[in-house]
Design a binder for this molecule. Structure first.
Ligand code: SME
Length: 160
């Protein structure tokens, strides 16, 4: 299947230009979700879950169909990323114990934890694909680096 993907360097430059000087977390998340989602046909659901209480994720800005509203740290791919602080690259969601299917169409998933300057996870970026094995290590590394630049390149005071 051919996929339409905006070259990552163009997507990165576009997101950095759109978020330059912005320090509001929701504004940053909404802009990133929109730009990522519309830049890549592989992305079927693109959005953020925020840590709103110890051990609890609550949905944030997203693009795509319905997203589950609340995810405890001990559940799903998002919970695993928040709990471990490690990126979760899931090639086949059927093979991931405890995967939460907000949409039956999801075949593969990439979840990247966002850490503050104290190293605490404050949110996760969650991308679902309706294509099997849609993501690779390069996707993960590039998006991890971009999230660091967007959320910390702007020196936000809220979380230091
Ligand atoms: N599949 C995720 C839940 C969120 S939906 O993908 C939007 C999980 O297992 O954590």
């Amino acid at each position: 299947m051919t996929t339409t993907t905006l070259p990552f360097d163009e997507l990165r430059a576009r997101i950095l230009a759109l978020t330059e000087g912005e320090t509001d977390e929701i504004a940053l998340m909404a802009t990133i979700a929109c730009e990522l989602h519309h830049a890549d046909d592989r992305f079927d659901w693109t959005g953020f879950y925020r840590v709103t209480a110890p051990g609890l994720l609550k949905i944030g800005p997203y693009q795509g169909g319905h997203g589950c509203l609340t995810i405890p740290f001990d559940r799903g791919v998002c919970g695993a990323a928040a709990r471990s602080g490690e990126t979760q690259l899931v090639r086949d969601v059927e093979a991931f114990p405890g995967h939460i299917a907000c949409a039956a169409s999801t075949r593969s998933e990439l979840v990247i934890p966002l850490r503050d300057s104290q190293g605490e996870v404050f949110a996760v970026l969650d991308i679902d694909s309706d294509q099997p094995d849609a993501f690779d290590a390069e996707d993960a590394e590039r998006l991890e680096a971009l999230m660091k630049t967007v959320f910390f390149g702007h020196q936000r005071t809220a979380r230091g």
